[in-house]
Write a protein that binds this ligand. Structure first.
Ligand code: FPP
Length: 266
């Protein structure tokens, strides 16, 4: 961020003026979020971990409606990884109940706002009620053309890549594909995110600097924003979200090339 931008940024800290600033430039097409720190937020307040997840869902509502309002095409949320099954059974149960409750309560409003719900991950591994609710939400909203909310549930990126490699290998062995057909674009079409553009921006809260097996192939050129460690997911809000988008808008994306200015093209 250059000095001019820092000045503008300070002037526009308030969420609504920040909104105008953000809307004056192209917004990212796809934002992915690792909603981290719910447990620590709760522990800091001597509350059970599930209280942090509950507060996390409140924040999620705000972020979904802001995304829809500013014209983001895709929002991908890491809600439950394949590794999260290692948590105590009571916490897993609470997370699944929160998901079911969220979908039951919010689906009509989401649908009215043309939001499309989509799931990344293995639906078969989910408890029956959660799988049923996710399927219902996906079916109801399948034709919607507004914001697409991709919920990564029982999702792990390495396994997603392995499954894609297996499918491609099968098609090669059946003669449906040749080795030369295997390009970056073709590989993308075998991932769970087929048809979804790669994330432009990934946000992770709570000051942890890693990707945790989330969208590894898709994030090759994604801009990464990590919040300070005091900002847990339940502390995140519309203003912080807009600030992150503003920071993204001030980054130079080179995709391995050089700046237009450096290359003599202005
Ligand atoms: C990370 O915090 C958060 C999760 C593993 C779950 C995120 C889920 C929700 C916000 C709610 C359910 C989702 C939907 C889509 C309604 P953590 O528990 O790892 O926190 P810690 O690192 O402080 O322990």
């Amino acid at each position: 961020m250059n000095w001019k931008n820092i000045f503008k940024y300070k002037k526009s800290r308030n969420a609504e003026s920040l909104l105008e600033t953000v809307l004056a430039r192209p917004v990212p097409r796809h934002i992915s979020i690792i909603m981290d720190g719910n447990g620590r937020w709760a522990e800091k307040r001597n509350l059970p971990r599930v209280a942090g997840h509950k507060q996390g869902v409140e924040v999620l509502r705000d972020i979904i409606s802001t995304s829809s309002q500013i014209g983001i095409a895709h929002l991908t949320l890491y809600a439950f990884s394949t590794e999260n099954w290692k948590r105590p059974e009571s916490e897993v149960r609470a997370l699944m109940s929160l998901l079911v409750e969220f979908l039951q309560k919010e689906i009509n409003e989401l649908h009215n706002n043309k939001v499309k719900i989509y799931m990344l991950g293995d639906i078969n591994g989910l408890p029956q009620e959660a799988a049923r609710e996710v399927e219902k939400a996906m079916n109801l909203t399948a034709a919607n053309k507004g914001l697409q909310v991709n919920i990564a549930l029982n999702y792990g990126s390495r396994m997603e890549i392995i499954k894609a490699a297996r499918k491609i290998a099968r098609e090669v062995s059946q003669g449906k594909l040749s080795l030369d057909d295997i390009t970056e674009e073709l590989f993308s079409e075998f991932l769970e995110t087929r048809g979804i553009p790669d994330p432009d921006l990934m946000i992770r809260t709570s000051g942890e600097y890693r990707l945790s097996n989330f969208l590894l192939y898709q994030s090759a050129y994604t801009e990464l924003i990590f919040t300070d460690k005091q900002v847990f997911w339940p502390d995140f809000n519309r203003e912080r979200y807009l600030e992150a988008i503003y920071e993204y808008q001030n980054r130079k994306r080179r995709f391995g090339g050089i700046d237009d200015v450096q290359a003599g093209v202005e």
